[in-house]
Design a protein around this ligand. Sequence first.
Ligand SMILES: Cc1cc2nc3c(=O)[nH]c(=O)nc-3n(C[C@H](O)[C@H](O)[C@H](O)COP(=O)(O)O)c2cc1C
Length: 385
Amino acid sequence: MHSSSDPWSPLTLRSGTTLRNRFLLAPMTTDSSHPDGSATEAELTYLSRRAATGFGAVITSCAYVHPAGRAWQGIGASGEFHLDSLRAVARAARGDGGVGILQIYDGGRIALPELIGPDALRGPSAVPSARPDARTPRALRDDEIEGLLAAFGQAAAYGVKAGFDGIEIHGANHYLIHQFFSPRANRRTDLWGGNLEARMRFPLSVARVVRETVGDAVTVGFRITPFESETGGYTLDDAARLADRLAAEGMDYIHISMDNFRRNSPQPEDRDWTKSRQQVESRNPIEAIAEAVDGHSAVVASGGIRTLDDARTALTAGADLVAIGRAALVDPEWVDKIQAGAHSQIRTHLPPDAGDIESTLTIPPRMVRYLLSRPGWIPRVGQDS
Ligand SMILES: Cc1cc2nc3c(=O)[nH]c(=O)nc-3n(C[C@H](O)[C@H](O)[C@H](O)COP(=O)(O)O)c2cc1C
């Protein structure tokens, strides 16, 4: 890719899909699907409203590929019976001729026992996550690992059949793929664990199976956490090596998941933002990943992008695209207002009343509860600045 700092210029990905501008709606689970993983009307309305604005592409909430990997009460792509629901999500995400991308994931050791059953928790190794009250998973067997690779391929196939233009593999935020890459979570001594090369095997295998399943004309992106801030975690250099190899696997884009791209802060596994972390990489992940992929894949920056200036800064640092999460929750018409230069009309805070958040901003009730359960994460009128 040749980077342009003009956020309104179109970009053609290696799949041949052209995005009308550089803004993507970030993947955000609504936690609001039916218990069987089919989309509810509330989440379709939530997505449609945002997809009706001028985003270059809309990435969906994460869809589970295997029932034992559910970390949210979100959408599923684990069986033929999810196809109708996925079709509805694809229609909502594509809006009026836009580009819709289905994000697929498995929660691994941070799946929720209340969704998967008390004994179903599994991960690369029998090591609990750093989240409070985390349970110890059992280590996946070889045949289960092969089964999960097949499940990622199958989920991607459902996505294409349902009408999506692309698939994003969720390799970030401490979910299963990230866990295989992490020396903290992956203590295996077989071919799936050990040195960096072995820990890259599962992420690269998922990328390969998805690409082989969907072919070259469907967009495939891969989301990564650029480094771990926990002791003993992988480094930015490790992630850059992975990004380079993912580009060689034909990924259309590498999506860097951060909470704040300016502060180089990735999501901590315990989600406790009040704690100080041992180390923050001095090099900006956008520059490092852009250098590693060297134009073979586009680079998506995310985390704390709220203004046109933020977007330009990320693009100038080497990103080709920027993903917008919380800003588009708080103001569903964010991208249109940015494009119109109506900066003063952009809503920057959640309304104080939960009912108002739901009705004014078209956010499903369970998602509102989740947002409000993490005070300070999203500014709210009357609570902070
Ligand atoms: C409600 C909510 C749900 C999220 N769900 C997902 C998800 O399903 N998949 C994912 O990769 N990231 C998820 N994220 C992370 C966002 O995609 C994004 O990386 C993060 O919010 C930082 O970007 P922002 O500052 O623009 O919000 C979620 C974030 C929020 C606020």
